[in-house]
Design a protein around this ligand. Sequence first.
Ligand SMILES: [Zn+2]
Length: 96
Amino acid sequence: MCPTSDGSHSLAAIVCDHVASGQKPILLAVRTAPEDPDDSGWQFLCASDDHESEDQAQVWLLSEVLRKHPELTWWVSSPAGTRLGRKDERSPWMPV
Ligand SMILES: [Zn+2]
């Protein structure tokens, strides 16, 4: 079940509360430099401004995100600094 061999899928990723609860699709994916070895640096966000505070973001395993959103698998080894966006759930991911 593991499409890559680098072990990155057991790392943590930040998911905004809308995405975590299934209210909104992921429309923005950003990779920052990881702060610790268990962090992938990935943030998966709905791209709306409707975030009262960052506290509502959740930490998921990268593997969980990819299980629900396999279209992101291809991008997951992109380097820190990568920003991906898409117009809607059916649009392809593009660097932004
Ligand atoms: Zn959100």
